[in-house]
Write a protein that binds this ligand. Structure first.
Ligand SMILES: [Fe+2]
Ligand SMILES: [Fe+2]
Length: 277
């Protein structure tokens, strides 16, 4: 397949770019390539179509550097919006972040929606539906490591304290069975981390603290249906939560990322995750 002139493609919209890059990458991939290599081929095709090189997200950069460095580069670096992602409006709302970022990850996005839907069906109060809707945001679009802490911090200025608390501590609570509540240690964790895995002391301490806290049950509400919110056959529309978001999330009028709050930079990182600086 002939490579189209990059300059001619500066006007590609997001879906055209993805489609053309996939076609180009399919042409260049072989069956004996592993998945990681195929992803690299796809990324290279996109950069070629855009005539610009794009920095990989810098989280975890130290590990890349310690194990051999970053690939060589030439030309200018991307500093504006990432053309591979849908553009965000000037004053983005939480709904914009769902529609243009979180839901791009179908599995992760669906997990949030299903989890919140279960909370709604079980008659949980609105702020707890919101907590379930946002609980793994960080995993999906910011950072996995310590995702409860990052996720709680991200939303703290805009929600009731209990919502951020529940999100922060669900990370530790997930590791401890609560037989009185019918909550078991996740079977997936046995597979992910091994049967001999034991949590580090900070997670143990957070659990001890959370277990005695007045909002313990709010943290556990996130854990309780987490296990059942990965149904690939069930689809939930994010618009079902529009009113709950409206009543329980204080949307800044300047837009998330531009309100000068202590966490605005975290939202801007989600808007432009691959800027060079
Ligand atoms: Fe989680
Ligand atoms: Fe979850």
């Amino acid at each position: 397949m002939a490579v189209p002139s990059p300059l001619a493609n500066r006007t590609l919209n997001q879906s055209e770019l993805v489609e053309q890059a996939k076609a180009l990458a399919a042409d260049r991939s072989h069956d004996d390539m592993d998945l990681g290599t195929k992803v690299d081929v796809l990324e290279a095709a996109m950069m070629e179509l855009l005539d610009i090189q794009i920095m990989k997200p810098v989280v975890g950069r130290v590990a890349s550097l310690a194990t051999g460095g970053l690939p060589g580069a030439s030309g200018r670096w991307l500093m504006g919006d990432d053309p591979r992602l849908p553009a965000m409006p000037e004053a983005p709302t939480l709904m914009d972040f769902f529609e243009r970022r979180l839901l791009l990850d179908k599995r992760g996005g669906n997990h949030l929606l299903q989890s919140a839907k279960l909370a709604m069906e079980n008659g949980l109060p609105e702020h707890m539906v919101l907590a379930r809707l946002l609980h793994d945001m960080s995993v999906i679009c910011l950072i996995r490591s310590d995702h409860g802490h990052w996720g709680a911090q991200l939303i703290a200025p805009y929600v009731e304290k209990e919502v951020a608390w529940a999100i922060k501590y669900h990370q530790a609570l997930r590791f401890f069975a609560a037989p009185d509540l019918g909550y078991e240690y996740p079977k997936s964790y046995l597979q992910f981390f091994g049967e001999d895995y034991s949590v580090p002391p900070n997670i143990q301490r957070e659990y001890e603290y959370a277990r005695k806290h007045k909002w313990y049950m709010s943290g556990m509400q996130i854990c309780l249906n987490d296990l059942y919110a990965f149904d690939p056959g069930k689809s939930v529309d994010v618009r079902e939560f529009e009113d709950i978001i409206g009543r329980n999330f204080r949307q800044p009028k300047e837009g998330l990322g531009f309100d000068g709050s202590p966490v605005a930079h975290m939202w801007r990182t989600i808007i432009s995750p691959n800027k060079f600086l």
